[in-house]
Design a protein around this ligand. Structure first.
Ligand SMILES: [Zn+2]
Length: 71
């Protein structure tokens, strides 16, 4: 068993984690890899942003406009 994931495995897991929960040992190894690999860290950040964007879209997405108008 490999202690560390390859970049490809990390990408697969990141995609997987959007639909289902990862096991704790997957999360630990994922985090270790992300701490060392700036490439995958960027991918993870982008995925999180996309996830948040689509969440905003589906939940109405008015929050952003309201916040801007009140300032
Ligand atoms: Zn990597």
């Amino acid at each position: 068993m490999n202690l560390l994931y390859s970049c490809r495995q990390v990408a697969e897991l990141l995609t997987l984690s959007q639909d289902e929960c990862l096991r704790w040992h997957q999360i630990v190894r994922l985090r270790i890899h992300l701490a060392m690999c700036s490439n995958c860290k960027n991918v993870a950040l982008q995925l999180t942003e996309v996830q948040q964007l689509s969440r905003d879209l589906f939940s109405g997405g008015d929050d952003d406009t309201e916040a801007r108008e009140s300032k």
